[in-house]
Ligand binder design. Structure first.
Ligand SMILES: O=C(O)CCC(=O)C(=O)O
Ligand SMILES: [Fe+2]
Length: 350
């Protein structure tokens, strides 16, 4: 960038949630621009089923992405397009129902961790508005659903909803467990390093619907769907439809468009994995706008380690010059406390 451009670049600050309470990041005021291939690479996951050399090659690509923006696309991920489209159809059927029907699964009945949350509920960022485009969402840990028969009873009239939701969740769990091994290699650890703590992991599947904005030409900066945030657990597998609107903060503080690429799933590093890597891996700030007249749908899957296993910064990320920045904590406590902090600013991480 030339010095003239540097002078015209202006910055503002955004406030983010963290374990230490609010933190601030410098962010360019320039409109989002397309990401370069280096900033958000498309990584072919085919080698995940190859030999160790192939898996190490894949790990090197994932390491580069994790240390740079912390966001990448995966192709050849092995989840069938048919299953993805089935899940999407089920999500649409669910959201098309009358509000009174959806409210039967209200997350307020389930301690906010499971079930349905209507438009106006999602506020990922305290300082960004719940304006036009704010989404409704339903889901959470599908294994946990087993404990909540009332959830399945209230969707039993949607034929196939339960089976498709579980199948899609299981395929993503299998994929996440394979990816965790690649992340271990990427951190110069034995491939099986995390296996013991992914036997009953946090695994939350969500369907999200961002309603269209009829007056899309009148939206302001404040009409944000999901405000700027980082995800909480290890990493997220995100399927997005072709609407666009997902934006990612680059290492240099510029907003990048993570435009939809057919056949891919977005992977983003989240806070807990960044923590265990002693900040070597980036937990990426991202946000979503839906600035079109029609709906946008997405299906994220949030993956964490076994909720009850205490995890320390991994040994390969610590040496004399890089002492551990964080105390050991379990992913479950970390997740629960972060969610509680987002509902009540007085809650602190202990
Ligand atoms: O809808 C999307 O594309 C992303 C949603 C998201 O960032 C989240 O739910 O954490
Ligand atoms: Fe997110």
């Amino acid at each position: 960038m030339s010095s003239t451009e540097t002078q015209t670049q202006t910055y503002t600050h955004i406030e983010l949630r963290s374990a230490q309470g609010p933190t601030f990041r410098q962010v360019s005021t320039a409109p989002p621009r397309p990401a370069t291939e280096d900033e958000i690479p498309v990584i072919d996951l085919g080698p995940i089923n190859g030999n160790l050399e192939a898996r190490k090659g894949l790990a090197a690509k994932i390491r580069a992405a994790a240390e740079n923006t912390g966001f990448f696309y995966i192709k050849n991920h092995g989840i069938s397009e048919e299953l993805i489209q089935d899940a999407l159809s089920q999500a649409k059927r669910f959201f098309d129902q009358p509000a009174s029907q959806k409210e039967k699964l209200s997350s307020q009945k389930y301690d906010h961790t499971v079930g349905y949350s209507g438009v106006g509920w999602a506020q990922a960022n305290r300082t960004e508005s719940k304006g036009r485009g704010n989404p409704e969402m339903t889901g959470s840990d599908t294994s946990y659903y087993a404990l909540h028969d009332s959830i399945w009873e209230n969707v039993s009239h949607l034929q196939g909803f339960r089976d498709v939701t579980i199948a899609f969740w299981q395929r993503r769990l299998e994929l996440a467990r394979k990816l965790v091994q690649i992340f271990a290699l990427a951190l110069d650890l034995p491939e099986t390093y995390f296996d013991d703590i992914t036997t009953h992991p946090g695994a939350d599947g969500l369907y999200i619907h961002y309603p269209g904005t009829p007056d899309a030409d009148k939206v302001t900066d404040f009409d944000v769907g999901i405000g700027s945030h980082t995800d909480i657990q290890c990493f997220t597998l995100l399927w997005q439809d072709m609407s666009g609107g997902l934006q990612v903060l680059s290492a240099s503080g510029e907003w990048l468009n993570a435009h939809p690429i057919p056949g891919t799933i977005v992977v983003n590093i989240a806070d807990f994995l960044s923590r265990l890597s002693n900040n070597r891996f980036k937990s990426t700030v991202h946000r979503v706008y839906n600035r079109q007249k029609t709906s946008r749908y997405s299906m994220p899957f949030f993956f964490g380690f076994n909720p009850d296993s205490t995890c320390a910064v991994v040994p390969t990320c610590v040496d004399d010059e890089h002492p551990p920045l964080y105390d050991p904590i379990s992913c479950g406590k970390w997740h629960r406390t972060r969610l509680a902090m987002s509902r009540d600013p007085k809650v602190v991480m202990r």
